[in-house]
Design a protein around this ligand. Structure first.
Ligand SMILES: Nc1ncnc2c1ncn2[C@@H]1O[C@H](COP(=O)(O)OP(=O)(O)OP(=O)(O)O)[C@@H](O)[C@H]1O
Ligand SMILES: [Mg+2]
Length: 340
């Protein structure tokens, strides 16, 4: 069964124009425009309450927008919800598996709902269990799974039908680093197989790993967009931290870097208290050049690492405002309308 392959005229799998959604006086979405090109990953970044989950719910027909349009895989979210639901996959921010059913049965059931044959549904269930390291737990009720296992099951469920468009709402929040890497690999595999992904995240690192383009939203509005590299450049990219084996070498190291005048590398500084030299870099080539140069000059290094700009720093750079630290998002699903 192939669910991928829904050509759109302009190569966009998702097209959102002027999307508005109010909850009482709260403007959760206040005129959002965005495109996701077919076969790519769009990362949607934003602080708590920015409207990310509301956007995903509107695009998956769980909420009816108040104004604006959204076309996903060629279907209008308001006018063609049934057709649309058949070609999308969704991993919500909160896991939604059936606790009484075993993991394997959960996946089988979803496969059947997606019109897979019995045989194909079991085959696909086992394949996804394997991919998400759940084979050993396949026969246990999902209710006994840990938080990370449920999330993995949820992700497996959203991918079982090879959706043309996959929404992942903070897919790795609360996962350990190994599991997070596993999820990233599977998302990349889905994209490799032709899916288009809209991913919300609070993690710059996740966006960097997965997303081709980023859209930053705040208070229901798009406040910045661009390729990952462009946004990173705005924030000044990464910072390379170099620790010389001998702390007395800090000043000499800064001097050597300044003198070498490496392409695009400027402003190395010594942090005496921490015993490190910091160098802002925007590319892997610069990283290699800096480390290579220090090696050539005979510096002995005790450690190097890179520091990514945090979401806070991205916000500061694009808005001039720090993120609002108070979480305003309401967790209630009670008011959720289900568009018919
Ligand atoms: N069902 C609802 N009823 C009332 N208000 C809601 C509802 N869902 C969301 N909101 C409000 O809409 C705004 C956007 O919420 P949303 O959940 O979309 O944010 P978010 O970006 O997903 O946040 P988080 O990072 O915390 O998940 C918030 O102010 C939130 O309180
Ligand atoms: Mg959310």
């Amino acid at each position: 069964m192939t669910r991928i392959d829904i050509p759109t005229d302009d190569g966009n799998a998702v097209e959102v124009r002027g999307l508005v959604k109010h909850f009482g006086k709260t403007k959760a979405l206040d005129g959002v425009d965005l495109d996701v090109r077919e076969g790519t990953v769009l990362g949607v970044l934003g602080p708590n309450g920015a409207g990310k989950t509301t956007l995903v719910r509107c695009l998956s027909t769980l909420l009816r927008p108040d104004a604006g349009t959204a076309v996903v895989a060629g279907y209008d979210v308001v006018a063609q919800p049934r057709q649309l639901r058949r070609v999308i996959g969704l991993t919500g921010q909160y896991a939604s598996v059936d606790e009484k059913l075993a993991g394997r049965e959960n996946l089988y059931m979803i496969g059947r709902l997606l019109d897979l044959s019995r045989k194909e549904a079991w085959r696909r269930a086992d394949e996804m269990l394997e991919r998400f390291s759940l084979t050993d737990a396949a026969k246990r009720p999902a209710g006994q799974y840990s938080g990370g296992m449920r999330r993995r099951l949820d992700l497996a469920a959203s991918m079982i039908g090879r959706p043309a468009v996959l929404y992942l709402d903070e897919p790795t929040t609360g996962l350990d680093p190994r599991t997070r890497n596993e999820v990233w690999t599977e998302v990349q595999r889905m994209v490799g197989e032709g899916s288009t992904v809209l991913l919300t995240t609070q993690y710059m690192e996740e966006a960097e790993q997965l997303a081709d383009e980023l859209t930053v939203i705040d208070r229901g509005r798009v406040i910045a967009r661009g390729r990952v590299e462009e946004l990173k450049a705005k924030v000044g990219g990464r910072t390379l931290q170099i620790r010389p084996a001998d702390p007395a070498e800090l000043a000499r190291m800064v001097g050597a870097l300044a003198q070498a005048g490496l392409d695009g590398v400027a402003g190395a500084s010594a942090d005496e208290a921490e015993g490190v030299v910091r160098v802002p870099i925007v590319s892997d080539e610069q990283l290699t050049a800096v480390v290579g140069l220090l090696g050539e000059r005979g510096f002995k290094l005790a450690g190097i690492d890179t520091h990514l700009p945090s979401l806070d720093e991205v916000f500061l750079a694009v808005t001039g405002q720090p993120t609002r630290t108070t979480a305003t998002a309401s967790r209630t699903d009670a008011l959720e309308e289900v568009a018919a």
